[in-house]
Design a binder for this molecule. Structure first.
Ligand code: ADP
Length: 240
């Protein structure tokens, strides 16, 4: 279980996340939705330990982790994979080199890196592009590479920050289907930040609706979508 307990984060005078409490069950696909500026990415950075909250706590399996530093922080972060809207891949490395990178950092030997990287490329169905340069890949292919890289060191959680927002609808469906498949196969917890309802509908079990840095509503996707209670959730549904 990932818990954010009364977390707040300020940038100057702007309260990006405001006294927010959230619990994410292990093994599910959890969506965080809201319009642009609602504080979703900030919340994701807090729970993925990229930034500490100003107030409140982040806990993993009941253990406080937001104040970790140095080696302890690195050890926690190694259990998390992340993918982003703009892929964040290394343009100087080919497909293989990108996926191999975290394995190099983890100190694996050359042979083990090759075996594991090839396994990962196969898992995301991009083995045929192994030695391609990134500029020769489509957006969907780049996101597959990013997913392979994120999963290289077998994390417990995959955080996705608007991971399909730069993709066309068909590619979005393909990437979501891949995430769902890997979630089931690897039993990995998935946390998805998005402004797109269709993403939540496609693969999430639970959803949190954010507005103005706070939680407007939270619950099973089905329940929130059939009977939205908050103005924020209603607006998202009407906007479809
Ligand atoms: P969302 O992901 O829902 O679009 P964000 O978490 O990115 O929302 O942003 C929430 C608010 O915090 C926005 O008003 C944004 O401009 C502000 N913000 C986010 N990150 C920073 C930062 N590093 N510095 C200053 N303001 C920020």
């Amino acid at each position: 279980m990932i818990t954010a307990l009364t977390v707040s984060k300020k940038y100057g005078d702007l309260l990006a996340v405001n006294n927010l409490t959230l619990e994410i069950d292990e093994g599910g696909v959890y969506g965080i939705i809201g319009r642009s500026g609602a504080g979703k990415s900030t919340l994701l950075r807090l729970i993925s330990l990229l930034e500490p909250p100003d107030l409140g706590e982040v806990r993993y399996a009941g253990k406080r982790v937001d104040a970790l530093k140095g080696r302890d922080l690195l050890r926690m972060r190694r259990k998390m994979g992340m993918i982003f809207q703009n892929f964040n891949l290394f343009s100087s490395r080919d497909v293989f080199g990108n996926v191999a990178y975290p394995l190099e950092i983890a100190g694996l030997g050359k042979k083990a890196i090759k075996t594991r990287t090839e396994e990962l490329l196969k898992m995301v169905n991009i083995s045929d592009k192994k030695h391609s340069a990134l500029r020769d890949l489509s957006g969907g292919q780049k996101q597959r590479v990013a997913i392979a890289r994120a999963l290289a060191v077998e994390p417990d959680v995959l955080f996705c920050d608007e991971a399909t927002s730069a993709l066309d609808p068909k590619t979005t469906r393909e990437v979501l289907a891949l995430i769902k498949e890997l979630h089931e196969k690897l039993r990995i917890t998935v946390v998805i930040v998005t402004h797109q309802m269709e993403v939540i509908r496609a693969i999430c079990d639970k959803v949190a609706v954010m507005e103005n840095g706070a939680l407007a509503e939270e619950g099973a996707v089905e329940a929130v979508f059939t009977n939205p209670k908050s103005p924020a959730a209603k607006e998202l549904l009407h906007g479809e």
